[in-house]
Design a protein. Structure first.
Length: 292
């Protein structure tokens, strides 16, 4: 059976920027093994597979070249954009998306220039302490321990996927970061499958609140993610919890890869956690190929 894969760039409205994702529009007949095979052949950081749902408007599964992910922010943005453009989905102001972390709400609005903006609910923010070596952590992302900030804690965070949030002192450090992904599990002993997400409050763009890079888990089959929706979401909760109580931030990411993008994060403080939503766009690039 012929299966087309469409390439979209999320968190940007300019092709070649933001975060690339593959999208399969009608994946109901595909096995898990076939989805993994297609994701590996497509080769981008994540490919989203859309299926019918009996409990929501659509069901999405997400695969890196190495494994399945429970949730993917930019994959969701790309999939909703593609499903709407190719009329696989009746567009509504609010849609329900079935994922492995639960049924999440996606709201759609249009700007005056006709740009579709999608606001995606994420799982409630969860944090866990990092008890490993700061020296080893700095080493595996290609910096020195003195470049890590000691003003805020290094924490594992999750709004769908676990990542280690690493505060840095200066923006300059991000230029020469070079991850040794294969060593991540030995440093991240509490969560060896987590990614690493360094950030700082010094930014390139004046409208951004935080600057970040995202280094992938070695199990994912990729090295770095250009603009990461789930990590940006949990950074919003981190910012509100540890830095400054706020209801929204803008995260910039991807500049070091030549794929600048921005994620708007909305933060709603609850009694014991933070409810998080992220807003972004997606743009069609091309058809990646046909698979059988």
């Amino acid at each position: 059976m012929e299966m087309k894969v469409y390439h979209y760039d999320a968190f940007s409205n300019v092709p070649g920027k933001g975060n690339p994702a593959g999208v399969v529009l009608d994946a109901d007949t595909l096995t898990t093994e076939k989805m993994q095979e297609i994701a590996e052949k497509v080769g981008v950081n994540e490919t989203a597979f859309a299926m019918k749902s009996v409990v929501a408007d659509i069901r999405l599964r997400y695969f890196t070249p190495g494994h399945e992910m429970d949730l993917c922010g930019h994959g969701t943005m790309a999939a909703i954009q593609a499903l709407s453009e190719y009329h696989f989905l009746t567009e509504k102001a609010e849609m329900r998306v079935e994922t492995k972390v639960g049924i999440l709400q996606v709201k759609i609005k249009y700007s005056e220039d006709g740009q579709r903006w999608m606001t995606m609910q994420q799982a409630p923010a969860v944090f866990e302490s990092f008890a490993g070596s700061r020296v080893d952590l700095a080493e595996v992302i290609g910096v020195t321990e003195s470049e890590l900030s000691d003003e805020w804690p290094i924490m594992y965070g999750n709004t769908g996927i676990w990542t280690l949030l690493v505060p840095m002192k200066e923006l300059a450090s991000f230029k020469w970061m070079k991850p040794d992904n294969a060593r991540f599990p030995e440093v991240l002993q509490e969560m060896p499958r987590a990614s690493i997400h360094p950030f700082c409050l010094e930014t390139i763009h004046p409208d951004a609140t935080m600057h970040a890079r995202h280094f992938s888990s070695p199990f994912s089959g990729t090295i770095e993610d250009p603009v990461t929706g789930t990590a940006s979401g949990v950074m919003g909760a981190y910012y509100a919890k540890y830095i400054k109580d706020t209801q929204s931030i803008v995260v910039e990411q991807g500049a070091e890869m030549g794929r600048d993008g921005k994620v708007m994060v909305h933060i709603d403080k609850k009694e014991t956690t933070y409810a998080i939503q992220i807003t972004g766009t997606a743009v069609f690039v091309d058809e990646v190929g046909e698979f059988y």
